[in-house]
Design a binder for this molecule. Sequence first.
Ligand SMILES: *[C@@H]1O[C@H](CO)[C@@H](O)[C@H](O)[C@H]1NC(C)=O
Ligand SMILES: *[C@@H]1O[C@H](CO)[C@@H](O)[C@H](O)[C@H]1NC(C)=O
Ligand SMILES: *[C@@H]1O[C@H](CO)[C@@H](O)[C@H](O)[C@H]1NC(C)=O
Ligand SMILES: *[C@@H]1O[C@H](CO)[C@@H](O)[C@H](O)[C@H]1NC(C)=O
Ligand SMILES: *[C@@H]1O[C@H](CO)[C@@H](O)[C@H](O)[C@H]1NC(C)=O
Length: 503
Amino acid sequence: APGERPASYIKSAGQGAGQHTRQHTFLRRFKWNEPGCELNTLPISPFSCTAPLKQEAALDNGATVLNHSMHLVHRMENLLTLGNSSDVSLRVQTMNTDEVKVIQAHSLVLTLQSDVFEELLLSRNNSALVLIETPECAAVFDKFVRYLYCGDISLRLDQAISLHKLASKYRVWGLQQGLTQYMTQHLSSDSPTGHVVSWYNYALQIGDATLRDSCLQYLSWNLSSVLQSGEWGSISEDLLLSLLQRSDLILQSELELYEALESWINQNQPVSSTIETALRAVRYGMIPPQHLFRLQRHSPLMVKYYEAIRDLLYLAFQFHSASPIQLAKYFDVNCSIFTPRNYLSSSWGSPWIINNPTRDDRSFSFQTQLGPSGHDSSKRVTWNALFSPRWLPLSARSTYTELGAMQPTRTEGGRPRIIVTPATSSPDFAGVSFQKTVIVMAKQQGKVIVRHVYNFHQSTEEAGDFLVDADLQRRASEYLIDSSLYLHVVIKPLYHSLLVARK
Ligand SMILES: *[C@@H]1O[C@H](CO)[C@@H](O)[C@H](O)[C@H]1NC(C)=O
Ligand SMILES: *[C@@H]1O[C@H](CO)[C@@H](O)[C@H](O)[C@H]1NC(C)=O
Ligand SMILES: *[C@@H]1O[C@H](CO)[C@@H](O)[C@H](O)[C@H]1NC(C)=O
Ligand SMILES: *[C@@H]1O[C@H](CO)[C@@H](O)[C@H](O)[C@H]1NC(C)=O
Ligand SMILES: *[C@@H]1O[C@H](CO)[C@@H](O)[C@H](O)[C@H]1NC(C)=O
């Protein structure tokens, strides 16, 4: 009868008035047929296999679920591979070739999963449906159809885009979402030629801002690896320029970026206006003067485009020749060449590995160069960092006292915190604000990746969300690598008088 859903008979364990009536009907039918009662007229299980009964302890009414869903999936798969009772043949034609792949399918299943198929099936003239696909999509089409029948899919990194295209074209939203999630979770996976750049380009093309930003963030936070990979040469001009703008890039040094830019330009030979734009995005103030001398002499790119960046180099050498504060007294400067990125080299900061981080407070000292200016290159600053696994904000503590309760013990509540302070003060610090950045690694798909970057002035308390979702108490926390927390602390001197536009 219309409106009736035969499948709900199987779910006899459910509750509700409707279910009750149905169970009731069964019983009556059972009685009526008593002597020659034939079990197979009862809708117990559509399968003859002997799957183990699954006892659901929490189930109401003491009912038991017979779960044959895996078997059903298997049947569906067979239906597709054998093509029994097929009422439509999909002729998947590879674009611009005469290659055709034929799949015996079932309009009911296709219609169930995709309204695009529904429309195509309604408007077809005969039992064949011709679908024209790109070679990449045609290559994964049978995987795609199998998903429509079975609801699961196995894929490799290089198949994600083609499958995503098919899921979008035929409006199979669940698959499309699953693939987007797969991509954001597999950015760090190994692939011989790299995949993140092509995923980024695809995200840009389809306007998926979330995927695009995930790719961009991954590339920015893992730039040293990317610069050394074969993928680097293949990045588009737009992607190159948008990476060069960012201050959150994590890499060894600005010199590393310049050298990678030079090799990208050699490989891609863009027009000279692009080369000039790219060269002007390098932060020359962050490259020590001895390296700038060498580049001026030995980098063919710099020799050729010297005029386009002459003003920036001049500014960089002025910056290196005296204290940045002196420079700021005399010149109005408004550009990014004095803003550090997240450099991993030892003059800027230090790695910090904290074993069993929840155990107790930990402190750590390290040294950095006072600043990137050549004038400061021989001056060192010692920093003390203190990590507290369960630090309580002041507001939380005062509540306890007002209530007259006991001081909270160290184990209850509290959040991780890091504070970084200089070991001694110095007149050199005048006019400089030291921005601290803590880079937090985590394990994803067995790989160590950068998971978070926190910026603060003195305490991670300022960031508000420092390690909030890390759950360090849990042994299996993805933030723990061999039960340790892997951090890298970077100290970035900011000369506000140089950076802030002056009237
Ligand atoms: C049936 O079994 C499958 C896998 O064997 C499982 O994923 C599914 O949740 C089960 N369904 C029920 C209702 O227990
Ligand atoms: C499906 O078709 C194959 C061969 O075309 C046949 O051997 C098999 O018995 C059929 N299965 C069912 C369930 O009808
Ligand atoms: C079906 O046939 C009509 C008329 O013969 C034709 O105009 C139409 O394009 C055909 N549709 C398809 C999907 O082949
Ligand atoms: C960087 O990417 C490589 C693969 O390209 C991966 O193995 C590594 O874990 C990534 N590292 C970080 C810090 O994201
Ligand atoms: C400083 O530079 C920014 C970005 O390049 C620009 O938007 C701003 O107008 C500049 N300010 C002055 C005072 O030159």
